[in-house]
Design a protein around this ligand. Structure first.
Ligand code: 5GP
Ligand code: ZN
Length: 112
C-alpha cells in the first residue's frame, strides 16, 4: 500500500479528522470511530508500519513506548485501576482491517 492511501497516515497528516486524545513525537492516539467498548482508543505510531509482522529490532523502543502510552492513557481516561484490554490484530486472519500498526485500548465496562 502507498502511504498516501493509508487512512491512518491521512489522519496523522491532518487530512482526515479524528478525535485525538494524544499527539506525541512518535505516537498519536485517537478514539475509534466505531467503539467496541465505552473507552476504545487507537494508539498509532507516526511511522507507517504495516503490522506487528513488519516490526524490526530497531522498532523495539517504539513498541515498548506504545504499551507504556496505553497505560498512561488508561490512567488519563480513568480506567487504569478498573482494568482494560490491549490488542494488536495482525493481518487479515487476525482481524486487521487497517494496515498501519495500531494498538487497541479497550475499557470502561461496569466494574464486576
Ligand atoms: P483493526 O481491525 O485493523 O485492528 O482495527 C481498525 C480499527 O480502526 C477499527 O476498530 C475501526 O473502527 C477503526 N477505524 C477505521 N477507520 C477509521 C477512521 O477513519 N477513524 C477512526 N477514528 N477509526 C477508524
Ligand atoms: Zn499509514
Amino acid at each position: 500500500m502507498i502511504e498516501k492511501d493509508c487512512m491512518f497516515c491521512r489522519i496523522i497528516r491532518g487530512e482526515q479528522p479524528a478525535d485525538f486524545v494524544h499527539r506525541g513525537e512518535r505516537i498519536v492516539a485517537f478514539k475509534d470511530i466505531r467503539p467496541s467498548a465505552p473507552v476504545h482508543i487507537l494508539l498509532v505510531p507516526r511511522k507507517h508500519i504495516r503490522s506487528v509482522n513488519e516490526l524490526t529490532p530497531e522498532d523495539a523502543p517504539l513498541a515498548a513506548e506504545m504499551i507504556l502510552l496505553a497505560h498512561a492513557l488508561a490512567e488519563k481516561t480513568g480506567i487504569a485501576s478498573s482494568g482494560y484490554k490491549l490488542l494488536f490484530n495482525v493481518e487479515r486472519g487476525g482481524g486487521q482491517f487497517v494496515f498501519h500498526l495500531h494498538l487497541h485500548l479497550f475499557g470502561g465496562w461496569r466494574p464486576q
